[in-house]
Design a protein around this ligand. Structure first.
Ligand SMILES: CC(C)(COP(=O)(O)OP(=O)(O)OC[C@H]1O[C@@H](n2cnc3c(N)ncnc32)[C@H](O)[C@@H]1OP(=O)(O)O)[C@@H](O)C(=O)NCCC(=O)NCCS
Length: 190
């Protein structure tokens, strides 16, 4: 049950070390911690401002309004053992307007980095995306984001050569994974 007494939505995926589930209003606290930890190279509108916004209340509002599209949307990733949320992973609308090719997105608390969690959660998400029926996924990554590029490489994404130049925040690279022919089912080498 959540704080309003409504039943919680069910787990979407549970395997290995992780559970992927829809957002609960209480996740606003950990979601804001993610915002606070963001790299200074991330554009200012995606970081907590000098006015403290977004506040926890702002993010509670986002969660209440959130529509998980393209399906299954962004899901909270929590540790199966403790139930502690450590990040999110999922699909967002394609930034260059291709509805047939959603983008994979992920973000994890720094305390959980470099333990294979983003890769493990993304593998689960690729399975879910395949079962929804998507044939391919995209991802856009800043050229300075070595960890994210490495996760995508481990998943089988390849660079398309398309680059959106941004002298202020770093160029955005477009990568793509063919779900039918990619190596999403290959064993994780980590
Ligand atoms: C990107 C992110 C999700 C990775 O999460 P994670 O759980 O640490 O990822 P994993 O542990 O599954 O894999 C990380 C890989 O990157 C490597 N890595 C870490 N820092 C790196 C760096 N600066 N440069 C290159 N590779 C790096 C790790 O060694 C590991 O590779 P390996 O398994 O071959 O050793 C995490 O760093 C994060 O939340 N960053 C901020 C949000 C973000 O950038 N999201 C993506 C936006 S496109």
């Amino acid at each position: 049950m959540d704080r309003t007494g409504a039943p919680r939505e069910s787990t979407v995926h549970e395997k290995g070390r992780l559970r992927l589930r829809p957002w609960h209003v209480e996740d606003a606290v950990f979601h804001r911690a993610l915002w606070l930890e963001r790299d200074l190279r991330v554009p200012a509108h995606r970081r907590v401002g000098a006015d403290g916004r977004p506040t926890v209340a702002d993010l509670e509002g986002w969660i209440r309004r959130y529509v998980p599209e393209p399906a299954p949307g962004l899901l909270v990733v929590e540790l199966r053992g403790s139930g502690e949320p450590i990040g999110y992973c999922g699909l967002v609308a394609n930034s260059v307007g291709r509805p047939d090719e959603p983008e994979l997105a992920f973000e994890f608390l720094r305390s959980s980095w470099n333990q294979g969690f983003a890769t493990e959660a993304s593998r689960a998400m690729l399975e879910l995306a395949g079962s929804v029926g998507y044939r391919q996924l995209a991802s856009t990554v800043r050229d300075w984001n070595g960890a994210s590029l490495r996760v995508l490489e481990k998943l089988g994404f390849v660079r398309t050569g398309q680059v959106e130049r941004d002298a202020d925040h770093g160029d955005s690279l477009l990568l793509r994974l063919n779900l039918r022919h990619g190596d999403a089912d290959a064993p994780d080498p980590t």
